[in-house]
Design a protein around this ligand. Sequence first.
Ligand SMILES: [Zn+2]
Length: 387
Amino acid sequence: MKRLGIIKGVLVLVFLVFIIQGGNRLYRHRHYDVPIVSGPGVTRVARLSDFGPGLKGTMADTWVYFLEGKEPGGKALLMSNTHANEPEGLMATVIIIENAVVEQGTLIVIPQFDHSASVNTRAGDGYPLYFEVKTDWGRKKFRMGNRDASPLDQWPDPDVYIHYPDRQLLSYIDVRNTNRTWPGRPDGPLMEKVTYAAMEIMRRDKVDLAFDIHGAETMFPVTNCIVAPDKSIKIATLASLTVKAKEGFDNHVEPSPGGFRGLSHREIGDYSETLPFLLEAPIPFLDQPTGPKTEKFLLDGKDPFLLQLAKKQKLFVPYDESGWPLEKRVGQHCSVMLEIFRQYAKKNPERSILVRGIPRYAELVENGVGHYFRDPSAAEKDRVYMN
Ligand SMILES: [Zn+2]
């Protein structure tokens, strides 16, 4: 009897050691903040909860950076980490916050759009908890998030997610996916409150252009593209043709399907005056038939199994030994946004957005992403915000 008690006690102890060790790593990830330096162009910083009720004090609240030009003009809203496991968007917005100077118009940037997803993990798929980008002053460490908001912040999930207001039936998990909860409502589930607050920014600030910046699998047809509804498709097409001709990379246009509800490129256009664009860069790390999901693979996009599949023409993007490195993915995003600003200004000169300091594709490929990150320890304390 006594021996059995000892064995049980030891087993409980071993179990506790595993729980505490594993839990501690996840707890530290959830509370690891990434410093972002407000660059010379940032004129004010707000919270998303300033625009929508119910976010204050939750993990879904997040920083909103305003970069206002001296001359009035058009306005653009940039959102990254809608899906926090697609870091190319976040890299692009951090570069913009830390470097861009707006001469005409306004940029409104939300780097951790689904902040709750950015503190969520995908340990079951073997995702790394963090990744580091080499900079000129050391390494900058970021949290690797997940596609969906953390169940610690929004729970329980319904059996089926009934989209608001169209009542389309979506998968239960999409209730925590901020690219299915548009246009949102002030008293809905937490992720609907997030998209509602962004809609409020667009409506109140009369935002001209909205960018939802993503990465997508190379085996998924909607990758390496600009997704646009009818009202944005002309500008998207002109931008796509121009970057191909001038900068030499492909970024085709996909029309936003009218029947799929909840997506930014659909609902923003339908529920505001804003022209939405969803940008997708290829991210091999998200494909299923690959080797281990390492930090290196996340950054360089090189995988021997995808290379085999490319030879069998199973991928929707060109793929060779060079992979799809982060700097190419981020460079595409920066160049496409700059080109869309330019195309919009040609048609609406009084609503121009003129920005300097955002590197284009070739510069990012040449210099790398980290070259554009500012050292938070060298910045003035009140210019550093923890994201
Ligand atoms: Zn995405």
